[in-house]
Design a binder for this molecule. Structure first.
Ligand code: CTP
Length: 400
């Protein structure tokens, strides 16, 4: 981060006390740091501490009452390579989401030309409130990178999600940001995610436990690196907003196939994460099935293999990654899938590992290449694995 200009916005939450440590870490990395504090944050940490550690004057008001000088928020917004707001309170978040600028920090946000990173911190109910979720989603749709709050002890005495990301992790994110920013600029990535639902009748379907978390995390990682993403998603509770994201929501395997067929050849990278139902009812009843008989037989027919279709059509300049979820003989089965579906690599997650698979925030994966080289990863958060998977793809794609 040597020489990188970081504008640090501090708002009035208890996590503001950790910012002294964050500034020390940034200075150790030889970054240039300037800080804007909201008046409320000065109750939590002294501007003198922040000025001393950042080795720069601290900006709080539009004008300095002592010397009568005006602080130019437009100039301040032009200065940095990145604008980080940490901790970000629910109050300032709401102001950013609505463009309300009643202090120097929020006015600078509207003037800033650089990428913005935010590290929200608040009590668990405030963090879980739909208003907060909507405000965060709105900022994400403008391209703001969010460092999600973590779970743990909160100043209120409650335990839950709302703690600011730790300063060490913020530094890792900033380092990655500078290293990876724009590394996927101009690349077009097609991703399938989530389950498919196969209708039995108007009120019932066959589905599976996939939540779509892994596919959405991979989509977000590509977007953060500047790629254009088409996310073809089965039914999930997840939302992802970004100016470079096109999201196409489908229900069934046949619908997913048709979106893939219309798009795959104009994309360079395909990541097929979806847990597609292997079979669908041969007949989809128009009316609800009544429980008249003791036994009910539904005849199923095989669904099209979407990944196999993409593999068959794959051109030299395209990179195709599949996923395999196995309960036994994971590596053997996965290697067969690479050949049968003409893949460049496959991500294997085995349900034999605790903490891996559907619904968990963590996963344990191995990636196997076409040449049968196996790369193992330890159990990690799906978001971190998304970064490992995208790193793997970018290295392999460049070699191709
Ligand atoms: N896939 C797909 N279309 C299908 C089935 C699977 O695109 N109809 C993709 C998945 O997105 C995943 C990979 O293929 O990338 C999984 O391979 P698959 O052969 O479906 O694995 P299993 O369902 O576990 O198959 P099997 O029961 O034969 O092991």
């Amino acid at each position: 981060m040597k020489g990188k200009k970081i504008l640090l916005g501090i708002t009035g939450g208890i996590a503001a006390y950790k910012i002294a440590f964050l500034i020390r870490l940034l200075k150790k990395e030889e970054a240039e740091v300037k800080c804007i504090m909201t008046p409320a944050s000065c109750d939590f940490i002294s501007p003198l501490t922040i000025a001393t550690l950042s080795e720069n004057p601290v900006y709080i008001d539009f004008w300095n009452q002592k010397d009568g000088q005006w602080t130019n928020h437009v100039e301040l917004g032009m200065w940095p390579d990145v604008f980080l707001i940490a901790p970000l309170t629910a109050n300032t978040l709401a102001k950013l989401a609505t463009g309300y600028c009643d202090n120097l920090l929020t006015a600078t946000y509207l003037s800033a030309k650089c990428p913005l990173l935010i590290a929200p911190a608040m009590d668990l109910d405030m963090y879980a409130h739909p208003t907060t979720t909507n405000n965060l989603n709105l900022l994400a749709s403008y391209g703001v990178q969010i460092l999600p709050a973590e779970s743990g002890f909160l100043a209120s005495g409650l335990i839950g999600k709302g703690r600011m990301t730790e300063p060490e992790d913020i530094v890792v994110t900033l380092n990655n940001f500078f290293m990876l920013k724009n590394s996927m600029l101009g690349k077009k990535v097609l991703i399938t995610a989530g389950p498919t639902h196969e209708h039995i009748d108007p009120v019932r379907f066959i589905g599976n436990h996939s939540t779509g978390k892994m596919g959405y995390a991979i989509a977000e990682e590509f977007l953060n690196r500047g790629a254009e993403v088409l996310l073809i998603s089965g039914p999930t509770n997840l939302t992802l907003l970004h100016p470079k994201l096109q999201i196409n929501k489908i229900i069934s395997a046949n619908e997913m196939l048709s979106v893939v067929q219309n798009n795959w050849l104009s994309y360079e990278i395909g990541v097929f994460c979806a847990a597609v139902a292997d079979y669908r009812p041969i007949v989809q009843e128009v009316r609800k099935i009544k429980k008249n008989d003791e036994e009910l037989t539904i005849t199923l027919i095989k669904n099209p293999d979407i990944l196999a279709w993409a593999g068959e059509k794959k051109k030299e300049n395209q990179f195709l990654l599949g996923f395999a979820l196995e309960t036994n003989n994971a590596i053997d089965y996965a290697e067969k899938k690479i050949i049968n579906k003409n893949l460049d690599a496959i991500v294997v997650n085995s349900l034999e590992n605790e903490g891996a698979g559907f619904g968990y925030d963590t996963n344990k994966i191995s990636i196997i290449s076409k040449k049968k080289q196996i790369t193992d990863f330890p159990i990690k958060q799906k978001k971190e694995l998304a970064s490992d998977i995208v790193n793997y793809i970018s290295k392999s794609f460049i070699k191709k």
